[in-house]
Design a protein. Structure first.
Length: 130
């Protein structure tokens, strides 16, 4: 299976779950999603991220004035999920794969990739910050 055919999970799907009671290296399920970047782990609080984007998405230059958060939310989730899967890559290196997977990842979003791309990029770089 190539990277282009991989399913894109939601933030909830990528939250790590313990594989057994003896597995102490895997975090307990929570609202925090583990994010690893170059071997350094930090946490992405998905509730905080959703709150941030819900409150600020309309101020972003790429957002159409009549758009709803529900249209943009899948793009934010998609950007975070792809970053988590590919922390060593830059957004632009992943963009072709992101575009290919958008029709599946978009769910009910009415956005074409050209409209979703800036939101996914915003989310990617927001979680990439230390």
């Amino acid at each position: 299976m190539t990277a282009r055919n991989l399913p894109v999970p939601s933030l909830e799907d990528v939250a790590m779950k313990p594989s057994s009671k003896t597995d102490k290296t895997t975090p307990e399920p929570s609202s925090l999603v583990d994010k690893a970047s170059h071997g350094i782990a930090s946490a992405v609080d998905e509730v905080k991220e959703e709150k941030h984007w819900r409150e600020t998405f309309q101020s972003r230059p790429c957002v159409d004035g009549d758009a709803s958060f529900e249209d943009y939310a899948p793009a934010y989730v998609y950007g975070v999920s792809w970053y988590r899967s590919n922390p060593q890559r830059e957004f632009d290196e992943s963009e072709a794969d992101l575009e290919t997977g958008w029709n599946t990842a978009r769910g009910e979003s009415a956005l074409a990739w050209s409209k979703a791309k800036p939101a996914a990029r915003d989310a990617w770089y927001r979680v990439d910050q230390p």
